[in-house]
Design a protein around this ligand. Sequence first.
Ligand code: NOJ
Length: 562
Amino acid sequence: MSDWYKKMAFYQIWIRSFADGNGDGIGDLWGVMDKLEYLKDLGVDGIWFSPIYPSPNADFGYDISDYKNIHPDYGNLELFQRVLKKAHALGLKVIMDLVVNHTSDEHPWFLESRKGKDNPYSDYYIWRDQPNNWDSLFEGKAWEYDETRGQYYLHLFAKKQPDLNMDNPKVRQEVEDIMRFWLDMGVDGFREDVINFISKREGLPNGVPFLPAVNGMMHYKDGPHIYEYNRQFRKVCEGYDCFQIGEGPMTTLQSAQKYLCGENKCLDMMFSFDHMMADCFYTEYMHRPFSLLKFKKAISKWQYGLAGKGWNALYLENHDHPRIISRYGSEIFHKQSGKMLAACYLFLQGTPFIYQGQEIGMTNIRLGKIEHYEDVSSKTNYHRYHVKDSTARRLYRIHLSSRDSARTPMQWDEGPNAGFCPEGVKPWFYVNHNHPGINVQRQQQDPDSILQFYKTCLRLRKQSRCLIFGDYKEHFPKDPEVFMYERSLDNIHYLIVCSFARLAIPFRVPKAIEGKMAELVLGNYEHGKKSPHAGKSGDNVVRLMSTGFLRPYECRVYRWKS
Ligand code: NOJ
């Protein structure tokens, strides 16, 4: 296995809302095919497909009923192969979502398993006569009684997502088989769903209830065989030129290090959640005011913690989190904060992931009724948390925190349905009303747009070994309004300055670099006669001094040689 993924940036496609190519109101692979050049032009190097397999969509693809096929809404295997071929021809890698903690309850394995004990699939799932006290993360308790089998099955997520019994060697063989199927087809790796949950503690002991939804987690997160099972899957990948990125909900740096570093390494990267909790308490439904200090602490912890031994996965958005401008930025300072947020993470050490629509600064949708939401966890959480609040207040919380806030159709243009699907066709989900102002077409024509800024950042990163491999150092970690970090490699240095303040604040630089002559290579406001956005080498050379101001949500990237 090689480490080409370190130099790359990936784009996440949540296909249902990406682009509708066959005019039925649902995004699909025909749509993806049409947009591959757009992705190439954006400057990413690969695509992560959230699940595109057959699924009853109880959890929009994360409940799989056939691991080796494509959902008919999205196309078929032959079309997928054509997309893959075209992506490869354009130099884009393609990684698939590997969801093996659970299947759909409509998967043939489960349909067989529920028939009873004398069945080859009987131990594919986790069955008990009596449930323990674990909670499901998505729907009530973690156990559901099955009339046919006369037993309870475990589901850490929705009822329609029964957990596989990974302790059964046959199940692990199936996982290997699924991996080989896609790798043989030519895909370049996997994003592995809740991969730290696949080994449950023997005997499934009761958890200690202290918070709703997570009771039991202490017995299924990083369980007793977790590294062994992941090593087994790693061996499959070792036969191919691919990489693996695990999703690690609630993972700590210490446990992530075990997956990512040393001789037992079984993953190349891990999506951690620490930095996504700067405005909430363990889930977005427990909202808190945004704290930059919390955000910086989490980022620096992972940057320092993996330096020289592992590799970070960098992201601010995906299909599980509301839009970042609506959270850590400002819809009022839309353009400035959208750009600043891009700069604040694209230059960290790690492989950046950009979620569809993030590159144009899409924002949260606001829907008038809970019935208008589709996501199973949003509906549960509406009824689970803050139930004494008024309806308006609870809906406001859903607006702030729902996964659906980031699952609205991609805004391609200002026309009907935002260009996501043809006029007259009803899109599967609500299009955000702000699409006349926020859309790809408009931003392609505007050299000062968020989209162009993403392109510039990605180009800058790609051209600089320092921005990819350089050391990370945070400055002024206690500053509650500015995130400032330095990257350095050999004699090249970059200083990334990001203000999260809504008002102008004084600009200061660390003593150690004060007085240095540096080039302003990027910024989100006009500086001097030309936009630093388009700053070319040699322009905009300044002396770094603690003078002047940072404007609201201003970001600047300086470069100098020592
Ligand atoms: C994590 C996925 O990202 C999320 O969308 C899904 O609902 C859960 N895992 C369960 O598969």
